[in-house]
Ligand binder design. Structure first.
Ligand code: UD1
Ligand code: CA
Length: 452
């Protein structure tokens, strides 16, 4: 089939400089959701009709399998589809989707395609309040006759609750002829795509309807209110899938997934967590409240306490992390590593059973196994121009408030005394410290305030 995605509308009610179809749901542009769903149906041709904010829309959504059709002036949905005609392939069916209706499922679209195999099919829903939508007009036998827009509808037609979602599939072979016969002599002076329904009926082609599984599948975004509502709906759907798959969520209403979340068995996630990009949580991982994880892999049995922020990191099994831990890109933690509060780690590899439990900065470091990094330890990896590496071998003990001025190496089993500023390598197995001798000035008095 061919798929045409209509994305030329401006979206005035968004009150935004960003074209409407680029506003995000789950961190991804509305139109990108539609494109991704479309791709899942393996179309021969995928055409996006663009207009408002054209350059930004094209640049943001660009992909080799997308053909672009410009609709310089928005003269109606029929006019929009007509712009796509030159790009269509010979495929039997052409499916029309809206770039601002992001959550339609592939399963629903497959039913619609099936219904439209030998003619035309419309995705419809019954709404309690159909105001504003095109109405599906049926004859006494229940056959679809035509679609009437709200502004052109009689009182009787306005009473119809079955509405046109706008999503439609039709025979490609008839499309060019139908487009050439559309007129704009209606209340809005637009070329309505919906008028092809009456044309198909007149030709005796079968016109059928299909329905989505949920109303949210066909809801469009015209305002920030609707954007927020669909975001919640989408997140609720994702949370529901996680629950069904066995993930324990403290509250399915308080989780945000902006990407892909893979999980093993017995995973538990507390409230307020945000997952971005690709996140993998192995068996029995626990994530505490208000954590942000972006492109992170977490090994089995690891516990993450509240308020952690991890990005582009790989965490081994049975780790104990947080609260308030920060892992920046390039962090790799081995098994049973502990990272405590206010510890920041960047581009560093840390071996099994090593611990940094309080207040530390570890950057560009290679840390072995069973190393204890004391409170307040800092790798001084940057001289203002270049970055240098710190190597800490197995079984090292680093006393509190130590600075390791890189490049520097601490040999296996070495101990660094508290307060050390290490500027040269520390030999294995020995105690190394740099510390001025402690002095006491007896009889010294604190300064007094001068009398007025
Ligand atoms: C359209 C349908 C209506 C349906 C409703 C569902 C027509 C004539 N009417 O109405 O039956 O109930 O959608 O929401 O088709 N677009 C363009 N170029 C244009 C006009 C629209 O690309 O010239 C795009 C818009 O960006 C949007 C979609 O087409 O994504 C629908 O446009 P919109 O103006 O919202 O359609 P309605 O008039 O509300
Ligand atoms: Ca609309």
């Amino acid at each position: 089939m061919n798929i045409v995605i209509l994305a030329a509308g401006q979206g005035k009610r968004m009150h935004s400089n960003l074209p409407k179809v680029l506003h995000p749901i789950a961190g991804k542009a509305l139109a990108q959701h539609v494109i991704d769903t479309a791709r899942g149906l393996s179309p021969e041709k995928l055409v996006v009709v663009y207009g408002h904010g054209g350059d930004v829309v094209r640049a943001t959504l660009a992909a080799p399998d997308i053909a672009w059709a410009e609709q310089a002036q928005q003269l109606g949905t029929g006019h929009a589809v007509a712009q796509a005609l030159p790009h269509l392939g010979p495929a039997a069916q052409t499916l029309v989707l809206y770039g601002d209706v992001p959550l339609t499922t592939a399963a629903t679209l497959k039913r619609l395609l099936q219904a439209g195999k030998d003619g035309l099919a419309i995705l419809t829903v019954d709404l309690a309040d159909p105001t504003g939508y095109g109405r599906i007009v049926r004859d006494g036998a229940g056959q679809v006759r035509c679609i009437v827009e709200q502004k052109d509808a009689t009182e009787a037609e306005k009473a119809v609750r079955e509405i046109n979602t706008g999503i439609m599939v039709m025979l490609t072979a008839r499309l060019a002829d139908w487009m050439s016969r559309l007129k704009n002599d209606n209340a809005q002076g637009e070329y309505y795509l919906t008028d092809i329904v009456a044309l198909a009926v007149a030709e005796g082609l079968p016109v059928r309807t299909a329905q989505p599984d949920g109303e949210w599948e066909v809801l469009g975004v015209n305002s920030k209110v609707q954007l927020a509502e669909l975001e919640r709906q989408h997140q609720r759907n994702l949370a529901g899938q996680l629950l069904v798959a066995g993930v324990r969520l403290a509250d399915p209403e308080r989780i945000d997934i902006r990407g892909e979340l893979k999980h093993g068995r017995d995973v538990a996630i507390d409230v307020g967590c945000v997952f971005e990009g690709r996140v993998e949580l192995a068996d029995a991982v626990e994530v505490g409240p208000y954590c942000v994880l972006k492109n992170v892999k977490v090994g089995a049995g690891t516990r993450i306490a509240a308020f952690c922020h991890f990005e582009d990191a790989v965490i081994g099994p049975d780790g104990v992390l947080g609260p308030y831990a920060r892992l920046r890109p390039g962090t790799e933690l081995g098994p049973e590593v502990h990272v405590g509060n206010f510890v920041e780690i960047k581009k560093s590899v840390i071996g099994a059973q090593s611990k940094a439990n309080h207040l530390a900065y570890i950057g560009d470091a290679e840390i072995g196994q069973r190393v204890n990094v004391g409170a307040g330890t800092i790798t001084c990896n940057y001289d203002g121009a270049n970055k240098f590496k710190t190597v800490i071998e197995d079984d090292v003990f680093i006393g509190s408030d130590t600075q390791l001025v890189a490049p520097v190496r601490v040999g296996r089993g070495a101990t660094l005394g508290a307060g050390t500023t290490l500027t040269r390598d520390a030999p294995a197995g020995e105690l190394t410290f740099s510390r001025p001798r402690q002095v006491t000035l007896s009889g010294w008095k604190r300064p007094q305030k001068a009398k007025q």
